[in-house]
Design a protein around this ligand. Structure first.
Ligand code: C2O
Ligand code: CU
Ligand code: CU
Length: 512
């Protein structure tokens, strides 16, 4: 990354005063103590064994604080269903789902069923919350095809914190078309939820983004897998299906093995793609899922292989893009996108007795037809000097002023404002234009879409099939096609960098 982009904050005269109030300075100093200004130490392998989340038993889902034991330290986390990760909900397509959220936190929360098509009032819009001590009854039919969906809180300006503190779980849908393929199942079908945390110096879960962190996102130093830092899993030398969710608030990952071995992408956000694709790495941004088949037969028995996020350089934004700011102000955090980090080690311990054929065709994807699109909408993703109302936000507590904010079409999120009106049943083309120098994983509620093109080049394996989140790189324009034919009501489109979302990089659209 270009060094002059490391300064981010334009403290225009007049606005500087509001921002240098006591709380802001304090929050900068806290971040310095947490290592913002020193070298980042990347968390290494811990020798802890991978845990699998419990399976949802059909009961109520509580939200509350729990104690986690990590490396002989008790860490306070926030959990749904009493567990970090939250219980995995596994249901067949067509099932009626219902569960009551019981909020035992001292702050409001709710649940968004990320990727599932649910009625607007069940979707976890920030206006629909369970107050502290209250509850919210969720019920909806599972309409979506087999796939790896997930759930997490979505309260106003507090999605990042609650997700970071441990509130997230998988919602796996099964259907007959997928079952017929005979993919690896049971102990060979393993969920891996990846979340980086800023852990090395504090050994606790502390969500305290500085202003610099709100620009880039709160990037961590250690990858947790299913709530365990850099664990291991003993495997046999056969094929495994891994369902991988990037559940980080902000870190884009380039997933691959240290020895460069190939694997197959078989699914993305909305389930299986139509044909397996052989790759040696895959980019996965926050909110996205990828399902891969990994055949460990090339690894010797008693050998092992490390799974990592590899180093990468994000495409540079064009010179005309909005800079983070110019000459004055704090420099950006030392936490960076694109840094190599270990995720987990696979120890090959046993000879398999299973066949390891990779199916060539998977499940057919019905392509939406661009000729049926009745409208094109553009969403310009930007950073702009905007007024900040003061109070508590991801920026810390301030008395208000002007600062760089993340906007869509020049706007910050407003709870009740309808930004886009969509005719029920319509097929539309949406164009996400990244005008800035940060990556934005753009997420749409209420439907799944298909990616048509990237201005930077060809689609990658993770862009294929049905999607609900797509990475839009600096300077890039991504076209998607979508249809709104299941439910009417108010839904959201937002950046799934959760610091950006909480900063206001989110709009309402109404299907009517
Ligand atoms: Cu996973 Cu609106 O978010
Ligand atoms: Cu969502
Ligand atoms: Cu963003």
């Amino acid at each position: 990354m270009n060094t002059n982009r490391r300064t981010f904050l334009q403290l225009a005269s007049g606005s500087a005063l509001a921002l240098t109030g006591g709380n802001f300075l304090q929050s900068c100093m806290n971040s310095m103590n947490m290592g913002d200004m020193s070298d980042v130490v990347i968390g290494s392998e811990t020798g802890l064994s991978l845990r699998l989340p419990p399976v949802w038993n059909g009961g109520a889902i509580s939200a509350g604080s729990v104690n986690l034991d990590v490396q002989n330290t008790t860490i306070q986390a926030w959990a749904m269903g009493g567990s970090v990760l939250a219980p995995t909900i596994r249901l067949r397509k067509g099932t009626a789902f219902s569960a009551q959220l019981q909020n035992q936190l001292s702050t409001e929360t709710n649940i968004h069923w990320h990727g599932l098509t649910v009625p607007a009032n069940m979707d976890g819009h920030p206006k629909d919350v369970a107050q502290a001590g209250g509850s919210f009854a969720y019920n909806f039919p599972v309409l979506d095809r087999a796939g790896t969906y997930w759930y997490h809180p979505h309260p106003h300006k507090n999605t990042a914190r609650q997700t970071y503190m441990g509130m997230a779980g998988l919602f796996i849908v099964e259907d007959p078309a997928e079952a017929a393929l005979g993919l690896p199942s049971d102990e060979f079908d393993v969920p891996l939820v990846l979340q980086d945390k800023r852990f090395q110096q504090v050994k606790r879960f502390v969500y305290a983004p500085s202003m610099a962190d709100v620009m880039t996102g709160f990037l961590g130093d250690t990858v947790f897998v299913n709530g365990v830092p850099v664990p291991y899993l003993d495997v046999e030398n056969g094929a495994y299906r891994f369902r991988i969710l990037n559940g980080a608030t902000a870190r884009v990952m380039k997933l691959g093995f240290e020895n460069g071995m190939a694997f197959h992408v078989i699914g993305t956000d909305g389930g299986l793609i139509d044909a397996a694709e052989r790759v040696t790495s895959v980019m996965l941004s926050p909110g996205e899922r990828v399902e891969i088949l990994v055949d460990f037969s090339s690894v010797a028995i008693n050998g092992s292989v490390l799974f990592k996020t590899l180093d990468f350089t994000l495409p540079a934004a064009p010179a005309s893009s909005t800079p983070h700011g110019s000459t004055s102000g704090m420099t950006m955090s030392n936490y960076k996108q694109g840094v190599a980090m270990p995720i987990m080690r696979f120890n090959v311990k046993r000879q398999t007795s299973r066949q390891t054929a990779i199916p060539t065709t998977l499940t057919p994807i019905t392509r939406l037809n661009t000729a049926e699109a009745t409208k094109t909408r553009t969403f310009a993703l930007n950073m702009e000097m905007m007024s900040f109302e003061g109070g508590t936000s991801p920026h810390g507590s301030t008395s208000g002023g002007e600062m760089m904010r993340h906007t869509i079409n020049g706007k910050l999120f407003a709870m009740e404002r309808v930004d886009e009106k969509i005719a029920f049943g319509a097929t539309e083309l949406w164009e996400f234009q990244n005008k800035g120098d940060e990556p934005h994983p753009m997420h749409v509620h209420g439907t799944q879409f298909q990616v048509l093109s990237r201005s930077s080049g060809t689609l990658t394996a993770v862009d294929k099939g049905w999607k609900d989140t797509v990475l839009v790189n600096p300077g890039e324009t991504v076209h998607v096609i979508l249809r709104f034919d299941k439910y009417r009501g108010l839904y959201l489109v937002h950046c799934h960098n959760l610091e950006h979302e909480d900063d206001g990089m989110m709009l309402n659209f109404e299907v009517a």
